[in-house]
Design a protein around this ligand. Sequence first.
Ligand code: DP6
Length: 344
Amino acid sequence: MTRKIGYARAHTNIALIKYWGKKDHELFLPMNSSLSLTLDAFYTDTQVIFDSSFAEDTLTINGELQPSDEINGLVRFLNVIREKEQTDLKAHVISHNIVPTAAGLASSASAYAALTGAIAQAFNWQLDHQALSRIARRGSGSATRSLFGGFVEWEMGVDDETSQAIPIDDAQWDIGMLVMILTRQKKDISSRVGMQHTVETSPFYTNWVETAAQDLKQMKAAIYRQDFQTVGELTEHSAMKMHATTFSANPPFFYFEPETIHAIRIIQALRKQGHHIYYTLDAGPNLKVLGKRSELESVRQALLEHYSSDQLILTQAGPGMRQLSADEWASLYPTREEDTSHDH
Ligand code: DP6
């Protein structure tokens, strides 16, 4: 019997310069380089078990076995791994998404970064985080960046070997993020489908690609000089340009809900009053507000006039992927049948 087990934790990340569009769907090579901030408050812990007695791949999230017709993406990723490892072992993946509330912010970024770390431990790969980022990329583009903490660039590269994450700055300065949970509605167009549709149909898409390159350059310069205002302005601009490609797609679509616009108005008003804050949003209606860490608590207080405290999650820069020991896992997630069973 062959049995290989690994464990890892990875935090989610929010892009300040967005990734939006693929030029290679098989390899997940993006149309533009992107840059994100890894967040402290949201992460995924994952155990992977490869076992010769398993008949199929399975995925359990927060104790719930996922329907087999909803794990195609995972199976596809595991096939990439099996090909690399020259094995046909099936895997059971057990994940726990840690979010401060039922925020609906479970992300494919932390999921595939943690899974990649767990797989590396299971097969005893001696690879650095950059090499692992190239593997995580095959599961979900944004996962590439979750291998590292702080500000991270995903360099688009030209092929499988060059499209990878680069740590830019540990973000241990006066910068943080306030996540606003505006609606728990599930998104109906995934980022994967949405980005593809805009690449194919938005006349603005070429502008997106061209300006993203300039924005990234300016963003890195601003991070190096810890110029918060420029980081914030570029963040907001990148997000709105990305969303403009969805409004201009044919047929059009968008991730904004009425609550999103309402929240943007509130952020703009607070900014007028002197708060140093900027917003961004991804393939869903919730807002992420970039601010100075030292000031975000007072921003949260101001927002409490409009929102309940469980809708407002304060967070700061988080760390990169870390492999866990079996003991750590056991103390975090006391034994469940799934974790220990030796299938017969
Ligand atoms: C809007 O990484 O979820 O969050 O590569 O198809 O899995 P796939 O897409 P995904 O897209 C993320 C898009 C985004 C911007 C970003 O995170 O850079």
